[in-house]
Design a protein around this ligand. Structure first.
Ligand code: GRF
Length: 193
C-alpha cells in the first residue's frame, strides 16, 4: 500500500509511522510527504529519512481552488492508495478527495464529533470534559467530519494544560494511526462510502 502523508507542522505522528515502517512493523510504502508551507519540521524529518518530499505552498496561489488543484496533481503523481492528513491544517475540496477514491485519512486529537477544528484539545479542556481522546477517520470536505474508523479515549487529569494533554493524546494517536494503516494494508478497513 502506497501512502502520501500531508503535514503542516512538526510531524511527530509522521515520525512514528516512519519508525514503524523502518522497524518492519508496518508494511506500507511512504511514497512522499508533502506540506502546505516551507520550513516545516515534518519535511525536514522526511528528508532525513530519505523520503521524497514536496511543498505546495498555500500562499503562492491566488485562490484556494488553484492551490487545491495543484496539490491534488502533485499528490496524484505519486499514485497513492491512501492519502494521510497527519497534522495537515488545511481543508481540501470534495474534488481532491474524490480523485483518491475517498481514501483520505485524517487524525484528530479529540473524540469526534466533539471538538472539531484546529483547537480540539483546547476546546475540550475549556469545556471541562473529563474524558477526551483521538479519532482516526475517513475525511470528507468538512472540518474533521467523515466516517470514523477508530477512536480511543483517555481521562483528563486535574489541572492539566493544553500541551501536556495534547502530548498524552498524541501517544495514543500515533499508535491508533499505525494500527489503522496496518489494518488498511491488510484490507480489514471498509472503504469510505
Ligand atoms: C496531531 O495531534 C493532529 O491530530 C493535530 O495536530 C497534531 C499533529 O502533530 N491535527 P504532529 O505534527 O504530528 O507532531
Amino acid at each position: 500500500m502506497r501512502i502520501v502523508v500531508l503535514v503542516s507542522g512538526t510531524g511527530s505522528n509522521l515520525q512514528a509511522v516512519i519508525d514503524a515502517v523502518r522497524a518492519g512493523e508496518l508494511d506500507v510504502e511512504i511514497a512522499a510527504v508533502g506540506a502546505d508551507r516551507e520550513g516545516t519540521y515534518g519535511i525536514e524529518r522526511s528528508d532525513e529519512a530519505g523520503i521524497e518530499t514536496f511543498v505546495v505552498n498555500f500562499n503562492s496561489f491566488p485562490t484556494r481552488a488553484e492551490w487545491d488543484a495543484a496539490l491534488a496533481d502533485k499528490v496524484a503523481s505519486y499514485r497513492p492508495d491512501v492519502v494521510v492528513s497527519s497534522g495537515f491544517m488545511r481543508i481540501v475540496s470534495a474534488e481532491f478527495i474524490a480523485r483518491f477514491g475517498g481514501r483520505y485519512l485524517n487524525t484528530h486529537p479529540a473524540l469526534l464529533p466533539a471538538f472539531p477544528g484546529a483547537h480540539g484539545v483546547r476546546d475540550a479542556l475549556d469545556y471541562g470534559v473529563k474524558v477526551t481522546g483521538c479519532t482516526v477517520h475517513w475525511a470528507d470536505a468538512g472540518v474533521d467530519t467523515g466516517p470514523i474508523i477508530a477512536q480511543e479515549a483517555l481521562a483528563v487529569a486535574d489541572s492539566e494544560d493544553e500541551d501536556s494533554l495534547h502530548e498524552r493524546i498524541k501517544v495514543i494517536e500515533r499508535r491508533l494511526l499505525i494500527d489503522v494503516l496496518r489494518r488498511l494494508a491488510a484490507g480489514e478497513v471498509p472503504a469510505p462510502a
